[in-house]
Design a protein around this ligand. Structure first.
Ligand code: PLP
Length: 363
């Protein structure tokens, strides 16, 4: 089976994890600090705070900056964690539509914008950076904060060369399928000393000195075992991202010219967490039958995402969720298909993906 994702855990990770186990220091320690240093350097921010998941990072970003009833404006084309974490902070969540690549469309954000919006939450979908300069301008207009859901986009840079996660608060995920993986884990990034201190205390029972409690906190810590698993991937992140970008380029070259298949346009800062194509209505076969043909050929694919994030009864009946009219995002839920692009793929595997899609979609 050609998998859609494959964690890049090498001998070095096995070694480091064994060292942690032998050290007897199983909770948060020097490896977590080293991981924080790596993420801060990669993102170009003053502070990175490692936490137990990407969802925890988002929840903390909202809890630190929003009051219950505040309005969050985000994309309807995202993973549930974006919405869940805002709702847990008591926010009212509204949505703007996306562009053809699946990222928040600044024009739609401007159309939805009013003085009640306290946070704008861009999601760098598939590892593709959002139009941050335009979104930051919109946020400035109403004094809203920017919380980036950069869970899929560690190492990505927008067209100005600025790293995702470096605007105000960045939220990264180290989940098993993400570009850098600790199994589970997350990181908050910020230049704000006060926020960074709040994140550290909150994640550690509200305390920066043992048994001195300064606020009502909780436990959102990452462990050294998890950090040791992820750390060696930072040594290789540039090469691993280059491999993803090369694989995307090969897929793009091999899949051009098929009726009913639209390819993602390139962006120089895209880190290709996913390579997501669109199967449009004029294709010979539906998206779902193409998916079945790929499965029959031993190729895993994914639909990110099959429904708008709020399009489930638990959200549609939730008083904090404000559904709207999002024609582009709705169409994308029917068209998108993610193909394997991870750095572990061989040339022969990529060719097999290309040949299979071509043979199925060729008229
Ligand atoms: C993975 C992901 C998250 C959540 O991260 P976890 O580490 O799984 O909690 C949030 N948002 C998006 C867009 C994601 O892809």
């Amino acid at each position: 089976m050609i998998r859609l994702s494959q964690p890049h855990v090498g001998e070095r990770s096995v070694q480091l994890v064994s060292e942690v186990i032998r050290s007897g220091q199983l909770a948060s320690g020097p490896y977590v600090s080293e991981l924080e240093t790596r993420v801060a350097a990669l993102t170009g921010v003053a502070h990175a705070v490692a936490v137990s998941s990407g969802t925890a990072a988002l929840e903390m970003a909202f809890e630190a900056t929003l009051r219950p009833g505040d309005t969050v404006l985000t994309t309807p084309f995202t993973f549930a964690a974006t919405l869940n974490s805002a709702l847990r902070a008591g926010a009212v969540v509204r949505f703007a539509d996306v562009d053809e690549e699946g990222n928040l469309d600044p024009e739609s954000v401007w159309a939805e914008l009013d003085s009640s919006v306290t946070a704008i939450v861009p999601v760098h979908l598939y590892g593709r950076p959002c139009a941050m300069i335009e979104l930051a301008r919109a946020a400035d207009e109403v004094g809203a904060i920017i919380v980036e859901d950069a869970a899929q986009a560690l190492g990505a840079r927008d067209s100005s060369g600025r790293a995702v996660g470096s605007w105000q608060i960045g939220c990264f995920s180290l989940y098993a399928t993400k570009n850098v993986s600790a199994g589970e884990g997350g990181v908050l990034t910020t230049d704000d000393d006060r926020l960074a201190g709040w994140f550290r205390r909150f994640a550690n029972q509200g305390s920066s000195t043992r048994y001195e409690y300064e606020m009502v906190g909780t436990n959102r810590r990452l462990t050294d075992i998890q950090a040791a698993l992820a750390l060696p991937q930072f040594d290789e992140i540039t090469a691993l991202t280059e491999r993803r970008r090369d694989n995307a380029e090969r897929l793009r070259a091999g899949l051009t010219g098929l009726t009913g298949l639209r390819l993602p346009s390139d962006h120089p800062g895209h880190v290709y967490h996913q390579f997501t194509v669109r199967v449009t209505a004029d294709a010979r076969l539906s998206r779902d039958s193409l998916r079945q043909h790929l499965r029959d050929a031993g190729i895993e694919s994914g639909v990110h995402y099959p429904r708008l994030v709020y399009d489930y009864p638990c959200y549609l009946t939730h008083p904090g969720v404000k559904p709207g009219d999002h024609p582009v995002a709705s169409r994308l839920t029917r068209e998108v298909l993610s193909l394997p692009v991870h750095p572990g793929l061989t040339t022969a595997e990529i060719e097999k993906v290309i040949d299979t899609v071509r043979s199925v979609l060729r008229a």
